[in-house]
Design a protein around this ligand. Structure first.
Ligand code: OTU
Length: 651
């Protein structure tokens, strides 16, 4: 959009750009800057317009974008243009992701590069590597306390190793996803060090207070994120003699985005990693970016404006790069991180579907899909050109972030129901074989979340210890059922490393004082590669899971109906144990795939006539695309075995 005030400022900025910028061929940069400038200017103006240095900061912002554009390789610029031409590329069913700790999967980056065949074998073609930048030696929140955003921790290797990895991934058409921890730095970061030495420029990079007056006001409405290990949201820094805002752990200092210098620094870091070959950037803890007295300091309007601004700027320099919003917040809030509109006010192309994840776990515990159906029914439609990251487990805890209205709508009492889930997953409920661990228990509110590996949470650990073969089968089937759901729901499935071979809880973290008080380490494994070899031995758990997931992935990739174009219809089927939805090829609603999941321990039936059989099975045949077989039927009643799923068609 052309608008005079912003455009004349742009003219002024362009005339004054550093000479080396003038010498470059910036055609693509300028066309994109022209297209996005009004929006960039407007957002920057809302956020920082009151400041005396507004113009100078705008200038710096443009220079940052241009500087990183010049650094961007021809190869990546080419990818940008290809993706502009095929802008729906990431909505395809072809993509299947896996998240991992680089040192849990391999010791170093070069070793990880050598293990690329494992992804190829399974069919994974998007890999999210959790933070591996320089961080404090002791506790570092698994790398989420970053001390230098531009340097790889030498434990893993160096930047060249990462670029080597990116090149290998790209040769094999694997997308590289890196983490950018936007909300905070470690207390060892250079900015924090300077702040501690009394440098006021860098004290302005954080929320720092002389006394408790303002912190106490904030505390009245701010929840605690890690109540067990880091109570409150402020920490006293002895050296500075001041209070600093630390929403997560006391060594994670919250960045102050009301300071435009912080915004520009972080944009520069985003573009730096985009230029190192990241296809996707996971933006950590985005809900927390803006702090306001009297609020919970999550999901504030300005946090969204910051993300819109980051997106607009990234589109100018590296438009092929996608953002993932990591916002583990209430269902109605998560969806807002896609932005308000697919083009104007766009934020992140992808977002963690924490709602679906938590609902799936509810279905596992209750053995019915009542809340799952209700929660998905309440999930608002997302934007076009935006997609979910659907997952069962990740490196974090499972939060019971359901909407209370949904819980009530299916006749549970919210507090009692959450307590049941905690008891169930921590194995304190009769009949439960789950081996989860409590996480983030808050004495004041009674809240609690759950840690534990997928396999241990669905009872595999317990079943193996008891030598109960039926229970082993149930656990294996539950793991596959959950994956059958995330592979077909719509969006990119994100597997969690180790789950594909049924990795159990790992208790070794208890011996490390830097980890012992954080139960999330129970499900952050180091892959035992000898054990992983068992994936080639028919009959082993590893083989059963790995080969089934491999097959599921291969089939998913063939099914255009599984691409994500808001082409899903949830079906109300009357049987509370079933989760049923249909997928269809966008524009061809007649050829449908019927997805059915049975969360109960006994076989369930579904009357196909009731859901309009003819819409799905026009030629009479009913076939499961996953097994290739015809499922058992009695007249119109389809029989779904315990903990099993179907992807049904008439083809
Ligand atoms: C994210 O977590 C990371 O995934 C965690 O591993 C980090 O500890 C944390 O940020 C701090 O960097 O902020 O938007 O309930 O789900 O803290 C959600 C715990 C987050 C995590 C939550 C999450």
């Amino acid at each position: 959009m052309y608008e005079q005030v912003s455009h004349s400022l742009l003219n002024e900025i362009l005339v004054d750009l550093k000479p080396e910028i003038h010498e470059e061929d910036l055609r693509h940069f300028y066309t994109r800057l022209g297209a996005n400038f009004y929006s960039i200017y407007s957002l920057f103006n809302i956020l920082y317009g009151r400041r005396d240095d507004f113009k100078a900061q705008m200038h710096k912002l443009v220079e940052t974008m241009a500087g990183q554009y010049i650094q961007r390789s021809d190869h990546l610029k080419q990818t940008d243009i290809e993706r502009e031409n095929d802008h729906n590329w990431f909505l395809s069913q072809q993509w299947v992701g896996m998240a991992q700790y680089p040192d849990g999967y391999a010791d170093t980056l070069p070793e990880l590069t050598q293990r690329v065949h494992y992804f190829l074998e399974l069919g994974v073609n998007m890999v999210h590597l959790m933070p591996m930048m320089v961080c404090p030696k002791g506790a570092s929140d698994g790398g989420y306390a970053v001390s230098d955003f531009r340097r790889i921790n030498e434990r893993f290797g160096n930047i060249e190793d990462l670029q080597e990895l990116a090149a290998t991934f790209h040769q094999h058409n694997i997308l590289l996803t890196l983490d950018v921890v936007l909300n905070h730095t470690s207390n060892e970061h250079e900015w924090a060090r300077k702040a501690r030495e009394g440098d006021s420029t860098y004290q302005d990079y954080y929320y720092i207070f002389d006394d408790r007056v303002v912190p106490d006001m904030f505390e009245m409405t701010m929840p605690e994120i890690f109540p067990e290990t880091s109570s409150g949201n402020f920490s006293w820094d002895e050296k500075m003699g001041k209070w600093v805002m630390t929403v997560f752990n006391d060594y994670q200092w919250d960045l102050n985005y009301s300071n435009p210098s912080v915004f520009i620094e972080m944009l520069d870091i985003i573009l730096f990693w985009a230029n190192k070959g990241a296809d996707i950037l996971r933006l950590d803890a985005v809900a927390f970016l803006w702090k306001k007295i009297g609020s919970i300091c999550q999901n504030e309007r300005e946090a969204h404006l910051l993300l819109q601004l980051l997106k607009d700027c990234c589109q100018v320099t590296a438009p092929g790069v996608l953002f993932i919003a990591e916002a583990i917040v209430a269902p109605v809030e998560i969806i807002k991180y896609f932005g308000e509109d697919a083009i104007n006010a766009k934020e992140c192309e992808m977002a963690y579907n924490a709602t679906f994840m938590a609902l799936l776990w509810d279905a596992v515990a209750t053995k019915n899909a009542r809340l799952l159906n209700q929660g998905i029914k309440s999930l608002p439609d997302k934007l076009e050109r935006a997609t979910w990251l659907n997952y069962v487990r990740c490196h974090d805890d499972i939060g019971l972030g359901y909407d209370d209205n949904d819980i009530v709508a299916v006749d549970y009492e919210p507090k009692a129901h959450r307590q049941f889930l905690i008891d169930y997953f921590t194995g304190h409920y009769a009949d439960s074989m789950a081996r989860g661990l409590p996480f983030g228990h808050n004495d004041k509110t009674g809240d609690c979340r759950i840690s534990g590996s997928l396999a241990s949470l669905v009872g595999l650990e317990d079943a193996l210890e008891c030598g109960d073969q039926d229970a082993v089968d149930d656990a294996v089937n539950t793991i596959l059922l959950l994956h059958g759901m995330i592979m077909s729901f719509g969006g990119m499935p994100l597997l969690y490393y180790g789950d594909e071979i049924g990795t159990l809880n790992d208790t070794s973290y208890l011996e490390d004082p830097a980890k012992a008080n954080d139960s999330r380490w129970s499900h952050r494994p180091r892959i035992d590669w000898q054990k992983a070899e068992l994936r080639n031995s028919p009959g082993s758990i590893e083989h059963r899971l790995f080969s089934a997931l491999k097959k599921m992935i291969a089939i998913r990739k063939e099914l255009a109906a599984f691409a994500d174009f808001n082409n899903r219809e949830l079906l109300d089927v009357g049987n509370p144990h079933l989760f049923v939805f249909s997928r269809f090829v966008y524009d061809q609603p007649t050829s449908r795939i019927l997805v059915v999941g049975n969360f109960h321990s006994s076989p369930q039936h579904l009357n196909l006539e009731d859901i309009g059989r003819k819409a799905y099975f026009r030629n009479g045949a009913v076939r499961d695309l996953y097994t290739g077989e015809q499922p058992a039927m009695f007249k119109e009643e389809l029989v779904i075995p315990p903990y099993r799923f179907y992807w049904l068609t008439d083809q």
